[in-house]
Structure formats: C-alpha cells, structure tokens
Design a binder for this molecule. Structure first.
Ligand SMILES: Nc1ncnc2c1ncn2[C@@H]1O[C@H](COP(=O)(O)OP(=O)(O)OP(=O)(O)O)[C@@H](O)[C@H]1O
Ligand SMILES: [Mg+2]
Length: 228
C-alpha cells in the first residue's frame, strides 16, 4: 500500500482578486521508501505540495490518503494526531522557537516521548556535532547565523527518524560543508527507511533523489525514477 496517495487533488487559495490554484488537479502516489525531489520555478507549488503531504495544509478538492486513511475530510485534531511522530519537516523558513535554546528546539523533534532524558541528550549532542554546533547548544536561535539556524532545523526534523521527512530548500542557507552534512543525514535516514521528499532549486541536491517530480503552475509535468 502506498504511504500517500493524492487523487485529482487541488489546493486553491481564494483571494480578493480571484482564485489561485497552488496545486492544480494532481495525481501522485508516494511509496514508502521513496526519495523524491520536487523541482519547479518559484511559485510552481512546491511548498504547498510539501505542506499538504505533511498534513499541515489541506487540499480543497480531490482525495488525500495516508495509507488507508482519508486525510482531507479529517478534522484538524485528527490530522494533528496523524502527523505526530510520523512527519518531520524542514521548513523553507527555519521556524525555530526563539524562547527555546538550540538544544531544546532540536528536542522538540522527539516530543511524543519515546526516549528518556539521557537518550535525548545523547541524540541531540550527536546531531549538533555533525554540524559543528556543539558550542551553540545553549544559545537561542537569534544568536546563530541563518545557516546555523537551518542546521538546527534539520536536526529537529531528523532526530526522531520519522517515517516521512519533508525538506523544503533544506540547503538554501548552508555552506558547502553544511550542505554535504545535511544531504548525508537525509541519505542515512532514507537508507534506514524514511521516505524523503525534498524541494530544491539546487540541481546537485535534487540529483540525490531516486525520483524527480517536476511542477509547473501547480501541475505535475514530469515524474521520473532514476535508479532502483
Ligand atoms: N497564503 C497564500 N495565499 C494566496 N496564494 C498563495 C498562498 N501561499 C501560496 N500561494 C500561491 O500559491 C502558489 C504556489 O506557492 P508555493 O509557495 O507553493 O511555491 P513554491 O514552488 O514553493 O515557490 P518557491 O520556489 O518560491 O518557494 C504561488 O502562486 C503563490 O502565490
Ligand atoms: Mg517554496
């Protein structure tokens, strides 16, 4: 059974000037274990699609299934329950919580409480070390550079090794070393069973994926698999 199925799905925004079709009648099947990059020009609907897949946003027409559960007709509480512990999200804008330290922000990714305090600390420290951020553990997001904030956001999304990981321009603010670390982390999670969906303008980042989805004005114009 696919992890996610979208059938004739649209996301329409109603505005004073009329309607905007951010996602326009798409059919998409995401298999468990996929590593899919989403490409397309600015405004083509990449972030909207990732938000829908994350169950943070709902389609306005069509069907959206998470395995055998119809998500688009579920309540916000049901969608919250469905994504908790299942979905990690690296946002295009990092969305770190300012009143928390870097380590506390990363620990949020483990909410749900499968690990004891020692295990949490150990996981947080290991992720921080990957990105050379050990000495920033006790700092607040505003005390970090944008690239460092994005690394922390990546750590937060990855820490629980969720079944589904969505990454929206995860390397946009990173230097080459950080970007290589980030891509290695995504690959490690993918090899361990995480389904990864990544939106990127960077062709070398997108090339890591096994499947490439091309969007144009909210429609899928290409969907290709590269290697088994
Ligand atoms: N809250 C909103 N209200 C109205 N229109 C919106 C809203 N959010 C997004 N859109 C529209 O939906 C379309 C898709 O936006 P989206 O953010 O998904 O694009 P994107 O492919 O992620 O672009 P980028 O590469 O710049 O991140 C755009 O035309 C945008 O103007
Ligand atoms: Mg976007």
């Amino acid at each position: 059974m696919p992890l996610i199925t979208l059938i004739n799905a649209s996301r329409t925004y109603s505005m004073a000037q009329g309607q905007a079709q951010a996602i326009d009648h798409i059919d998409l099947t995401l298999e468990a274990g996929d590593y899919m990059s989403v490409l397309g020009r600015s405004g083509s609907g990449k972030s909207t699609l990732l938000n829908v897949l994350a169950m943070l946003d709902t389609i306005t027409a069509g069907e959206h299934w998470w395995r055998d559960t119809l998500i688009n007709s579920a309540s916000e509480a049901q969608r919250h329950q469905a994504r908790t512990g299942r979905v990690g999200y690296i946002f295009q804008r990092c969305h770190l919580i300012e009143r928390y330290t870097v380590a506390e922000n990363i620990g949020i990714g483990l909410s749900g409480g499968a690990f004891d305090a020692a295990e949490r600390q150990q996981r947080i420290a290991a992720l921080l070390a990957r990105f050379g951020l050990e000495r920033h553990a006790g700092h607040h997001p505003a005390q970090l550079s944008l690239g460092q904030q994005q690394c922390a956001a990546i750590c937060r999304a990855a820490i629980a090794a969720p079944p589904l990981l969505l990454a929206d321009e995860p390397t946009a603010h990173l230097d080459p070393h950080q970007a290589a670390q980030a891509m290695r982390l995504l690959s490690t999670l993918h090899q361990a069973g995480t389904t990864v969906v990544l939106a990127s303008h960077d062709a070398t980042v997108a090339a890591r994926a096994v499947r490439t989805l091309q969007l144009d004005a909210g429609r899928i114009i290409a969907d290709a698999r590269h290697r088994a």
